[in-house]
Design a protein around this ligand. Structure first.
Ligand SMILES: CC(C)(COP(=O)(O)OP(=O)(O)OC[C@H]1O[C@@H](n2cnc3c(N)ncnc32)[C@H](O)[C@@H]1OP(=O)(O)O)[C@@H](O)C(=O)NCCC(=O)NCCS
Length: 180
């Protein structure tokens, strides 16, 4: 499964992709609002990639791998998955630091959100969770039309949850897709 935007390719994962994700998941700035800056271990990165492959097979969506045009370098991920042991589908995004501030996460998230509502599993509602201080992430939620729902605490960390119901206007895909 592949989606193309003006600047990005969103695609499914292969096990070996964990190696390209490693520099991102071990950058303390990227991990600042995820783990407090602690890098993920290689095992944790591999688990993440394997979970995305399983999720795509089971449900038809995942946190898509992001490749930047024209080089197709892997620069992060964006898409719907499950956050911790939460039961609701959750949209999230991570980008390599040098690609921040160009609107790329929003560009990817618009496609991932639309697909999750239209094609993937007919999801009726999608949430997004962040630390309130993660203003870039919260701003993306707002730009996508998610509305703030509540603040809560998990493992001693204060979090905010945004949510969006499937818009009635989401009826036909407007982006290019191809499979293979
Ligand atoms: C969150 C992240 C994916 C954003 O990527 P990005 O491509 O820079 O995001 P975009 O450019 O699409 O949008 C970011 C928005 O937040 C705004 N923003 C960014 N930093 C901000 C800050 N410190 N204060 C206020 N607004 C900020 C941008 O101006 C932009 O809004 P605008 O389009 O209205 O100007 C990126 O910072 C990242 O990978 N962070 C580390 C991983 C992470 O924390 N992921 C989210 C976990 S909940």
């Amino acid at each position: 499964m592949i989606f193309k935007t003006d600047r990005l390719v969103l695609s499914t994962w292969q096990s070996s992709d964990w190696i390209a994700l490693r520099p991102i998941a071990s950058d303390a700035e990227v991990m600042r609002y995820i783990t407090g800056g602690v890098p993920w271990t290689d095992e944790r990165i591999q688990l993440f990639v394997n979970r995305q492959m399983e999720l795509f097979l089971a449900r038809g969506f995942c946190r898509w791998k992001l490749l930047v045009k024209p080089t197709e370098e892997m620069i992060g991920f964006c898409g719907v998955g499950f956050w911790g042991d939460e039961l609701e589908a959750e949209i999230g995004w991570w980008l390599a630091r040098r690609y921040w501030g160009r609107g790329l996460a929003t560009e990817a998230a618009r496609v991932a959100l639309r697909d999750a509502f239209e094609r993937a599993a007919g999801l009726d509602r999608i949430v997004s969770i962040a630390r309130p201080a993660n203003t870039a992430s919260v701003r993306i939620m707002e730009k996508l039309g998610l509305k703030v729902e509540c603040e809560f605490e998990k493992d001693g960390v204060r979090l905010v949850r945004y949510a969006i119901d499937r818009p009635a206007s989401y009826t036909a895909p407007r982006f290019k897709t191809s499979s293979g």
